[in-house]
Design a protein around this ligand. Structure first.
Ligand SMILES: *Cc1c(COP(=O)(O)O)cnc(C)c1O
Length: 353
């Protein structure tokens, strides 16, 4: 399929590098492709980023048949543009599609469209250390219809947003609230898919934790309320006496690409990494015994986010004196180094545009 390019006459003013935030500004162009039953995915095009026309009755607004991905393009010091394991994002979006009955697309084709879009928008990729161009592919159900069934029409879009360094004042550990009332996801539900509804469902817990002075919540399993699942929108890892433990993918945990990369990287460095069930009691007991060395979240936005404090019911524990730990630092330096082209890509994770 040929990708049509509809050029705009006037380009936007790019944000000043010092003013970059996260997800606030969007580039000049976007990618769009449509789906209709009987026609498959069709009409791929790169068009000016602008408002889209959609009926108020479009199914996405009523039944949340929508899913998305988050990835980044990095500019290297030698001027290359790097993507980090982008084929995994395409695969995961198709897995999300499968779960909420959205027709699958050709991952190779959409990745080629994303590359083309980024090539056109390369001047939007910020160059300062730890900045990137955030890439947001997403799909929405567009049938003008009320009633719960799969839509017969969809729109796949990719928008781009230049993002600043996640850690402007160096990596600072965050305080986390272990959530005991609300749950994020249940096995058999949609927690292992990047579907829009998951995030709407999580906001209330996040707001309540914020009001109590915490940056995010740590989610426990929805059934027994004792196994650790994720932290906010990141996967979670524990360093207990030198062993790295992360909850195993149980069906209610999002299979993070950063999670997978961190596991591979640490095993290669000689660490023992265990993917298994871990209770919040085990974490607090390890802390009491002086064995809880590090806790950190992983995800595309921050790469890694050290946890300095954990609150569970009436107890607040401090981890590593509320400072970034050794393993955290090793991971951050190496994964961002691979992304920026300053560390050898020995796992073949980089796709250069
Ligand atoms: C996106 C996401 C992650 C992290 O996935 P990455 O592929 O590493 O960015 C973890 N948990 C949730 C709930 C997410 O939505």
């Amino acid at each position: 399929m040929e990708i049509l390019f509809n050029e705009r006459s006037v380009l936007k003013t790019k944000p000043h590098p010092s003013e970059l935030g996260f997800g606030k500004e969007f580039t000049d162009y976007m990618f769009i492709m449509n789906y209709e039953e009987g026609k498959d995915w069709f009409d791929p095009r790169i068009v000016p980023y602008e408002k889209i026309q959609i009926e108020p009755s479009a199914m996405v607004f009523h039944y949340a048949q929508a899913d998305f991905e988050g990835m980044k393009a990095y500019k290297t010091t030698s001027g290359n543009i790097n993507l980090f394991r982008p084929e995994m994002n395409m695969e995961r979006l198709n897995q999300s599609n499968e779960r909420i009955c959205i027709p699958k697309f050709d991952g190779k084709f959409v990745l080629s469209a994303i590359k083309k879009l980024i090539e056109i928008e390369k001047d939007w990729i910020p160059e300062a250390p730890d900045t990137a161009l955030y890439i947001r592919p997403f799909i929405i159900a567009t049938d003008p219809f009320l009633g719960v069934r799969p839509s017969l029409t969809y729109q796949l879009m990719v928008i781009l947003s230049p993002v600043g360094a996640y850690y402007k004042e160096g990596i600072n550990p965050v305080s986390i609230y272990v959530e005991t009332d609300y749950v994020r996801a249940v096995r058999g539900g949609v927690g292992n898919a990047k579907v829009a509804g998951n995030y709407a469902a999580s906001i209330k817990a996040q707001m309540e934790a914020k009001a109590k002075g915490f940056a995010q919540v740590l989610w426990l399993d929805a059934v027994e309320r004792k196994y650790v699942e994720e932290v906010g929108t990141m996967n979670i890892f524990f360093n207990i006496d030198g062993t790295i433990i992360t909850p195993k993918l149980s069906g209610s945990i999002l299979p993070g690409i950063t999670r997978n990369s961190v596991i591979t990287f640490l095993k290669d460095k000689g660490y023992t990494v265990e993917e298994r069930k871990i209770t919040i009691d085990e974490v607090f007991t390890a802390s009491h015994e002086g064995k809880l060395k590090e806790v950190f979240g992983t995800g595309t936005a921050a790469v890694i986010s050290p946890v300095g404090k954990l609150s569970y019911y009436n107890e607040l524990i401090e981890i590593n004196d509320n400072k970034i730990g050794e393993t955290c630092k090793l991971i951050y330096d190496n994964i961002t180094g691979i992304q920026n082209g300053t560390v050898e890509d020995k796992f073949n994770w980089i796709v250069t545009i």
